[in-house]
Design a protein. Sequence first.
Length: 504
Amino acid sequence: MMKNEALLLFDKQSYKKRKSHKKLLINLEKNIIKIVRKFNAYLVHNCDDFKNFSGKDIDAFYEKKYKSFSSTSKNTIKRNLSGNDLRLYINDPKSIDFLSLDIEETSNIPTPIFNIYKTYFDKRIFCKKTKLNHLDRKSIVFYKLYKYFLITIRSFDQLKILKKEIRKLDKDEFLLISKSAEKAMPHEYEIIEKFLNWKFVKFINNKNVKEFFLTKKFNRQKKRIIFSGNIYSKKIFFSKKFIYAFIFGRSAKWNLNHTSMPAIAIIGNDGSGKTTFVEYIRENFYKMDPLIINMKTSEPFFRFSIYLREKIKKILKYNIIKKNNFLKLIISYIGEFFDLIDKYFKYKIGMAWADSGYGLTIFERYPTDRIRGEFPNKKSKIFPLEQFFPFPDGMVYLDVMAKDSVKRKIKDNHTLVEMNSKRKNYLNLIKEFDEIEKISYSKNIKEKIRLIKNYIFRIYDKKNKRINLGSKIQRMHWKKNYKRVIAGANLKRHQKNSFFNESN
């Protein structure tokens, strides 16, 4: 079987958390009801207890854009999508999970399909179990056919669930859906007809069916702006909102109804789990469209930066340069400056992504790694240059014991004395930040995930309250302590990729 074909098979990853999802639905039931009622929306789910809802998210329709819902409701993130569609993330502070609630305006459905939907479907029933209005079964089936066959599917599991619902229709309902689908989606009807009439196993194993959905998925992929934490389309750089946020940053004056997403850095010493938690966010927070930016010097934004670094390193090894301290300092400074410029562009892109509301931004590592051991510099107030680097909305510090750093990063040849000093320096540095989430080394992985997730919601709330008041966005602030004593006086202070290391 081809690798890309495997993408369409049953998505075990998507449905392996059904038990935790049911618990989440139970815990957030009151919040869901409150939000759906605020928008006078109706659910695209069969009438049942919340805990029995299938799928990972909740879908709802509404026909009028209500402005009564505050973008800063506690434990709720609201994102404005295209065409007045909304996506809300509802947090359960006691668990590691949150729920996505998509509220779509029905008029955004393509006109020919919308007209058929409004004429023969769009039938609502009041559900005593949820105390909310729901679409009836045949209306849900028609909408799902449009969504899965005209747009795309995530996996065949979605079709399996839909097939079960189709079997519950009576003969008249089935015929109505079949004829309506043929009229609404003539180009897709050949595959839809097979889905309606064939046995499910035969359908998913058909070559033409696989090719149909592969094409749909790839076409959908091309339209995506972001995928798996990386910007997938250069179209974002032509977005008015993005350009405005990129240029003006925290000074941007947003509409009072605008919602920005948080931009957070995850920092900590070697072995603290930065990459582990960043990858967790990449995989499990994908509904927030996270942009993951690694601030490592070895992963520059500009491709020519790698070539430039290597050139400067070679120059610093020339004997004539080594013997001239002034030249050595100037060339090293130039190298450090270009490194910082590259990081600054990464920072600006990440902040613009979050400020414009396109999605969450996560910076993996931050220039604080450099500040930790090199600021304050008694010899020069200019170095390290990273002391002048701007900050994001918030920061998560993952604490780790020195012995664990040495054990987990054995290939880096760290010493216990070195890592003790680095930890002490970091703990002293973060005391000077006005916005920091310090997570103890004693917490287990699940608890750390929960704390990071709750912090994202908290920063969203803090950021958007200022926007709603017509104020400028406020980044985290560093109150510099020039009298701070740096631990580990005899240790090499400069980072591994520092140009000053090359010049020694």
